[in-house]
Design a binder for this molecule. Structure first.
Ligand SMILES: Nc1ncnc2c1ncn2[C@@H]1O[C@H](COP(=O)(O)OP(=O)(O)OP(=O)(O)O)[C@@H](O)[C@H]1O
Length: 443
C-alpha cells in the first residue's frame, strides 16, 4: 500500500512500481480502511497528509495506528530531504525504514524488496516457533490449546527461578504434572522431587510426615525419622491440596517458609533446609481465607506466582487429542493391537463436560480399551451418552460463519448500526456487509 496525497505523484508511483500489486490511499482514514481490508505486507507512507499536508502530525498518527493494528507491517516512511529528525522519530515509532523524497524509483524499489524479504522471513520464523511450541509443550503433557501452550511457556520461565508457585485448578487438570515440569526444568532437577498430599493424611500424622520426629517423641516413635521437608533438601517440595492443611500446621509451615529451618517433633535443634516450594489446590484460597480456614499471611508466602490451569472442557480440541493418545498408550500396554475411536465416540468425548478432567478421561479410555470387543471403540464402550453427531459444526464454513456473525454483531453494536462505518472496521465492502446481515438474519 502506498499512502500519498499528491495525485500526480500517485500516478508516477503506480507506473514505477507496476511490478507490485499496489493499492493507494490518500489520507489516514482511507489508509486504515485499506489496511483492514487488504492487510498489505509493506506500506510506504508520506508523512505530509491532509489535513496537515505541510506538517507531519497526520503521517505520524497514521504510522502509530498502522503499527498498533498490524505490528508486522513493514512501513517505509517518506520524508523530506535532510529531515533526519523525523526519519529517526519514525523508526523509533515502529517504522521499518525511511526514504527521502523526491525518490529514485529504483532505489526505493530495493528498500521495498528488502522489506518483503524480511516480512517473509519473519512469517516463516513465526510458523516454525508455533509448530515447535505445539510439538513440545512440556514433558509428558499433551495439549494443542493456545491457552495451555501459553501456560507451558510461563512454566518454562518460572522453572529456573526460586519463586514459590501456587498451581490452581480443578482436580485432574494436571497440577502434579506441572509441578514435576517446574522441578525438571529447574537447576534442582538432579535433587529430589518430594510430593505430599495434605488432604490424604490425618492431622496427627501429617505434622510428623512434614517435619519428622525424634525417637521417643510420641508413642510409636521408635526411631528418628526425617520429615518430607528435610528429605527434599536441595530439591523441590510439592504440597498438594494445600487448601486442606490444618490450621495448626499452617502456622508451623509459615514459620518454616520465613526462617527456612525446621525442628523435628521432640527435637531441640533447628535444622536448616533449602527447598523450592510448589503447592497446588483445587480450592479457591481467597474464599478459604474469607471463611477463616486459611491464613492470609501464609497465602501470600505461597502464592508468589499463581498459575491457573484451565479445566479440560475449556481447552480447544484437547479432549480428543488426549483420547487418541490414551487409546494408543493403553492398547499398547494391554497388547490390544491397533484400536481406534469411532466418530460417535469422538463426538461424545467432545460433548462430555469432563468434571474429573484429564484423570477422568484417562480412566474412561483405560476401561474402554479393556472392554472393547472389536478393533474400534464407540461411545457406548466409553459409557458416554451418544450425541447427535453434529459434523456440521466441524465444517469450516459453519465455524467461519459463526465467527463472522459474532464479529459483525460486535462491530455493528459498537458503531450503533452505522453500516458504512462497520464495513470499514470489518475490512469489507458495504454490499458484502449487507449480504452478511441478510445471511445471518440481522437487522
Ligand atoms: N495435558 C496432559 N497430557 C497428558 N496427560 C495428562 C495431562 N494432564 C493430566 N494428565 C494425566 O492425568 C492424570 C491426572 O493429572 P495430575 O495428577 O497431574 O492432576 P492433578 O490436577 O494434580 O489432580 P489432583 O488435584 O486430583 O491431585 C495424570 O495421570 C496425568 O499424567
Amino acid at each position: 500500500m502506498m499512502v500519498e496525497d499528491d495525485i500526480g505523484l500517485q500516478k508516477q508511483m503506480r507506473w514505477s512500481f507496476d511490478r507490485y500489486n499496489v493499492i493507494f490511499a490518500q489520507d489516514r482514514e482511507s489508509a486504515l480502511a485499506l489496511l483492514r481490508r487488504h492487510e498489505p505486507v509493506v506500506v510506504t507512507l508520506d508523512l505530509g497528509l491532509p489535513p496537515d499536508p505541510d506538517g507531519t502530525s497526520e503521517g505520524f498518527a497514521t504510522l502509530e495506528q498502522i503499527v498498533a493494528l498490524a505490528p508486522d507491517t513493514k512501513v517505509i516512511v517518506l520524508t523530506g530531504q535532510n529531515d533526519r529528525g523525523n526519519a529517526l522519530k519514525a523508526v523509533g515509532s515502529g517504522a521499518y525504514d525511511f526514504f527521502a523524497k523526491p525518490f529514485e524509483a529504483d532505489i526505493l524499489g530495493l528498500v521495498i524488496d528488502r522489506a518483503f524479504r524480511l516480512a517473509d522471513l519473519e512469517r516463516e520464523n513465526r510458523l516454525l516457533q508455533q509448530r515447535q511450541a505445539g510439538d513440545t509443550p512440556l514433558d509428558g503433557l499433551l495439549t494443542r490449546d493456545p491457552g495451555m501452550q501459553k501456560l507451558c511457556r510461563q512454566i518454562e520461565k518460572l522453572a529456573p527461578t526460586t519463586a514459590t508457585v501456587l498451581l490452581n485448578g480443578e482436580s485432574g487438570t494436571g497440577k502434579e504434572l506441572f509441578a514435576r515440569a517446574l522441578h525438571q526444568l529447574s537447576p534442582r532437577k538432579d535433587k529430589r522431587f518430594v510430593a505430599i498430599n495434605c488432604a490424604a493424611i490425618p492431622e496427627t500424622l501429617l505434622e510428623s510426615e512434614l517435619f519428622g520426629h525424634e525417637k521417643g517423641a510420641f508413642t510409636g516413635a521408635v526411631k528418628q525419622t526425617p520429615g518430607k521437608i528435610e528429605v527434599a533438601d536441595g530439591g523441590t517440595l510439592f504440597l498438594d491440596e494445600i487448601g486442606d492443611l490444618p490450621q495448626s500446621l499452617q502456622a508451623k509451615l509459615l514459620r518454616f517458609l520465613q526462617e527456612r529451618v525446621i525442628e523435628r517433633i521432640g527435637g531441640r535443634s533447628e535444622i536448616p533446609v533449602d527447598v523450592r516450594v510448589i503447592c497446588a489446590t483445587h480450592r479457591n484460597l481467597r474464599e478459604r481465607i474469607a471463611e477463616g480456614a486459611f491464613r492470609e499471611d501464609l497465602f501470600y508466602r505461597l502464592a508468589e506466582m499463581i498459575v491457573a490451569i484451565p479445566p479440560l472442557r475449556e481447552r480447544t480440541g484437547d479432549a480428543t487429542l488426549l483420547a487418541h493418545a490414551f487409546v494408543q498408550r493403553f492398547a499398547q500396554q494391554n497388547g490390544r493391537g491397533k484400536l481406534t475411536l469411532r466418530d460417535d465416540a469422538l463426538a461424545a468425548i467432545e460433548h462430555h463436560p469432563w468434571p474429573g478432567n484429564v484423570r477422568e478421561l484417562e480412566n474412561c479410555i483405560k476401561r474402554a480399551v479393556i472392554m472393547a470387543d472389536g478393533s474400534t471403540i464407540g461411545a457406548e464402550d466409553l459409557g458416554l451418552q451418544a450425541v447427535d453427531d453434529d459434523t456440521a459444526a466441524l465444517n469450516l464454513r459453519v465455524v467461519r460463519d459463526e465467527c463472522e456473525k459474532q464479529a459483525v454483531i460486535k462491530v455493528m453494536s459498537r458503531v450503533e448500526g452505522n453500516v458504512a462505518r462497520a464495513a470499514e472496521l470489518l475490512g469489507v465492502s458495504r454490499p458484502t456487509l449487507y449480504d452478511m446481515l441478510n445471511r445471518f438474519g440481522l437487522r
